[in-house]
Design a protein around this ligand. Structure first.
Ligand SMILES: O=c1ccn([C@@H]2O[C@H](COP(=O)(O)OP(=O)(O)O[C@H]3O[C@H](CO)[C@@H](O)[C@H](O)[C@H]3O)[C@@H](O)[C@H]2O)c(=O)[nH]1
Ligand SMILES: O=C(O)[C@H](O)COP(=O)(O)O
Length: 318
């Protein structure tokens, strides 16, 4: 790591966070907190994530919202039954036509919530620790100048893998796009961010003021886009990271992760390489009856503008 990044790592990494919900509730001093779970067909897991956050509702957390990304399963019902407010993505900013993708629902979630601080959690997590939300809020509530807090964790790969002993995969095999695309891309194009352990992690917290000032990449590029833009606009010291223990989630296929990687890379290139024209659809090859058939997957390559600019345009009628 470069010197400045090593210094940042030492100052802005909490490897053994010990904030309690009680202490942080006292530290809020009038600030409010929204927890947002984006969810697309997560009926199996969303109730568990909501249940893990629910005990904090009314003290550290002021609102708990699942933003439904067009699910066709029982995600909304399960989330509601577990105690969340559920908002359909097209009910937020109803005059703005919906685009697909994760970044889109996170962007809309800002207009559906009001907390001064916003915590995002993926809704495909399983067995998440009770302190995920508390620890993500620690630096925001107690350290001046911090605007974005990323979680980091052990990431077990809960899939059978040839050639890998169970205990290796169980400890560190997960985060394939993180390790094979995101971190190498940052090392090449924004090495100051090489100390961020989980640049893609879906568990992070930020000030509303920061989030509303930044563009949101439409698809899976949203996390790395927010990280790069926070660094560019506010500097390294506005970013912190906190060890959350272990993160387990629902794994997607390598093919699906190829499209995620393409969106992550596109978001990096658009921010780090002037003149990048935007990526083509991703061609993957699928074996069918002894032949290899090309299959094109769309790559989301556009950003939503900062929500604050939209609100200003509406207020001034421009
Ligand atoms: O169109 C979408 C796609 C996903 N999701 C939700 O977003 C979360 C994360 O999606 P997932 O498909 O599980 O992503 P991962 O394969 O786990 O991708 C990792 O890497 C992505 C790229 O940075 C991040 O967006 C993810 O948070 C991070 O977990 C889940 O709750 C999904 O239900 C939506 O709400 N709408
Ligand atoms: O963050 C990532 O790299 C993706 O979520 C993939 O994670 P996985 O390899 O644990 O499925």
């Amino acid at each position: 790591m470069r010197n400045g990044t090593e210094d940042w790592f030492a100052r802005r990494t909490w490897a053994h966070p010990d904030w309690t919900a009680e202490a942080l509730t006292a530290a809020k001093r009038g600030r409010t907190v929204s927890v947002v779970l984006p969810a697309l067909d997560e009926e199996a897991t969303v109730g568990g994530v909501v249940a893990a956050v629910r005990p904090l509702l009314g003290t550290l957390v002021d609102e708990l919202v699942v933003v439904d990304s067009g699910s066709t399963d029982a995600t909304a019902e399960r989330a509601r039954a577990a105690g969340a407010r559920v908002v359909a993505r097209d009910a937020v900013l109803p005059d703005v036509p919906v685009r697909p993708g994760k970044g889109e629902v996170l962007w809309r979630s800002l207009a559906a919530t009001s907390g001064d601080l916003v915590v995002f959690l993926d809704s495909d997590l399983v067995d998440l620790g009770p302190d995920f939300v508390t620890h993500l809020l620690g630096p925001l509530l107690t350290v001046d100048g911090v605007a974005l807090v990323k979680g980091f964790y052990h990431r077990p790969l809960r899939l059978p893998l040839a050639g890998m002993a169970d205990h290796d995969a169980a400890l560190t095999g997960g985060g394939r796009v993180t390790e094979l695309t995101a971190r190498p891309a940052l090392a090449a194009l924004r090495p100051e961010l090489a100390g961020v352990v989980q640049p893609l992690g879906g568990e992070y917290a930020a000030t509303r003021e920061l989030l509303e000032s930044l563009p949101f990449a439409a698809g899976y590029g949203v996390e790395i886009g927010l990280l790069l833009d926070t660094h560019r606009e506010r500097g390294l010291d506005a970013i912190a990271q906190v060890d959350l223990g272990v993160r387990k989630h629902r794994h997607r296929s390598l093919r699906a992760l190829g499209a995620t990687a393409a969106e992550v890379l596109d978001a990096v290139l658009r921010r780090c390489v002037p003149g990048h024209p935007g990526s083509d659809p991703l061609t993957q090859f699928v074996p069918v009856d002894g032949d290899w058939l090309p299959d094109e997957q769309a790559v989301a390559t556009t950003d939503r503008p900062p929500l604050a600019s939209l609100t200003t345009r509406r207020a001034t009628g421009s």
